[in-house]
Design a protein. Structure first.
Length: 89
């Protein structure tokens, strides 16, 4: 499990991105890059990190399932993810 401080920081960043999304779009459309640089750094969507919904882990993230590889393996082996079966050939 990720530290709660990292998870809270991620939530704060997501709120900041959402708050400034409309203003960023307007400034970008107008070509006002000086105005864009005056906005908070965390208002840029590129600063967001994908995190596992179960554990909060950011590395080895699988977009399709929104899980890390470790959480995915545990849930798939227990049959909690529909349509996922262990392969054999």
């Amino acid at each position: 499990m990720a530290k709660t401080s990292w998870l809270e920081r991620d939530k704060r960043k997501r709120k900041t991105v959402e708050k400034y999304a409309k203003l960023r779009a307007e400034l970008k459309a107008a070509g006002d890059y000086a105005g864009l640089s005056m906005l908070p750094r965390d208002s840029s969507p590129t600063r967001l990190v994908n995190r596992c919904q179960v554990s909060g882990r950011r590395r080895a993230y699988m977009r399709r399932f929104a899980l890390s590889r470790i959480s995915f393996r545990e849930l798939a082996n227990s049959g909690m993810i529909p349509g996922v079966t262990k392969s054999s050939w």
